[in-house]
Ligand binder design. Structure first.
Ligand code: ADP
Length: 290
């Protein structure tokens, strides 16, 4: 069991299941609706907790009606909230998700009215109490400050950063972590049609890091610091049910595998296996097979 701290967000996800993705300016009836807690960092923690790790979340919780729902879900999964900041008022980040039954894909509209987790709050955390630190790549200036602080206070603490979306200046985060976890969406938005081209472009800015990029139904690829490439295929479930949180599950599986000392190649495969299992079920609860 490792002690893991993740900095990022918790959201409320309102998921409408539709038979097929609607065209613009039409009205469709949802087949089903469910409300879940989401957010990349907290999703990853919920999976890591099921994998047997002691998990803590550093993030902001707006004390409005939805906070109780988010808090209850995190507590059920034994996530420690003592490093979380409680914000009076505002609105917890909310994702309105359309899940297409035809393809299993999800499309997301996101709204938030919440300050970001700040450096002062982060600075109070005793980083020596953790075995792994994971960041969502957002709020670049402050995340960079946190990374610099971590390197100074806990130079041997393994650090991963998830790079999921294009955000102004996000490349400034590349030079500090041990592991960069990219998404296909980021690769595509940066003009790359495959993971290897992304790695080639990123490498000069991230000489110290292992680079990983998940690529949906085709699996995932990685490149170690020496430039050696690795790949794993995806492990499709018997029936594709729900890909929401597949990337977060993949990241959890990869971090867990590295904590267990697995090689990059084996960690990729282990992460794809777990993410594939997630795609065969709704939500994240019970994704780890005992
Ligand atoms: P995100 O959720 O960020 O869009 P991806 O789509 O890249 O992330 O998915 C992450 C991982 O989940 C992939 O590397 C793969 O292992 C698994 N995965 C995603 N979609 C499928 C699928 N249709 N079948 C099997 N595995 C999948």
């Amino acid at each position: 069991m490792a002690r893991i701290l993740a900095i990022g967000i918790a959201t409320l996800d309102i998921v409408n299941l539709v038979s097929a993705y609607p065209s613009e300016d039409c009205e469709v009836r949802a087949l089903d609706q469910r409300v879940e807690r989401g957010g990349n960092a907290t999703n990853t923690l919920v999976v890591l907790s099921q994998l047997g790790h002691a998990c803590s979340w550093g993030g902001v919780l707006a004390e409005e009606a939805d906070a109780a729902f988010i808090r209850a879900d995190l507590l059920i999964h034994n996530i420690d909230l003592s490093h979380c900041r409680h914000q009076p008022g505002g609105k917890n980040p909310t994702s309105y998700i359309l899940l297409s039954q035809a393809t299993g894909s999800r499309s997301i509209v996101h709204y938030r009215d919440l300050p970001e987790y700040d450096f002062e709050q982060f600075r109070r955390i005793d980083l020596t109490a953790f075995d792994w630190l994971h960041f969502e790549g957002r709020n670049v200036d402050v995340t960079l400050e946190m990374l610099v602080h971590t390197r100074r206070m806990a130079p041997h603490l393994p650090v991963s950063v998830e790079i999921e979306k294009q955000r102004t200046g996000i490349e400034r985060l590349f030079a500090l972590p041990d592991l960069l976890l990219f998404s296909r969406a980021y690769a595509n938005a940066s003009g790359f049609s495959d993971a290897i081209s992304l790695f080639a472009a990123v490498r000069p800015q991230a000489r110290q890091a292992d680079l990983v990029c998940s690529w949906g139904e085709t699996g995932a690829q990685a490149q170690d610091q020496a430039g050696v490439l690795y790949a794993s295929p995806a492990f499709p479930p018997p029936c594709l049910v729900d890909t929401i949180g597949a990337g977060d599950t993949f990241n959890a599986g990869f971090i867990d595998a590295r904590l267990r000392g697995l090689s990059l190649a084996n960690a990729l495969q282990s992460a794809c296996r777990l993410a594939g299992r997630k795609c065969g079920q709704q939500g994240l609860a019970g994704v780890v097979d005992d």
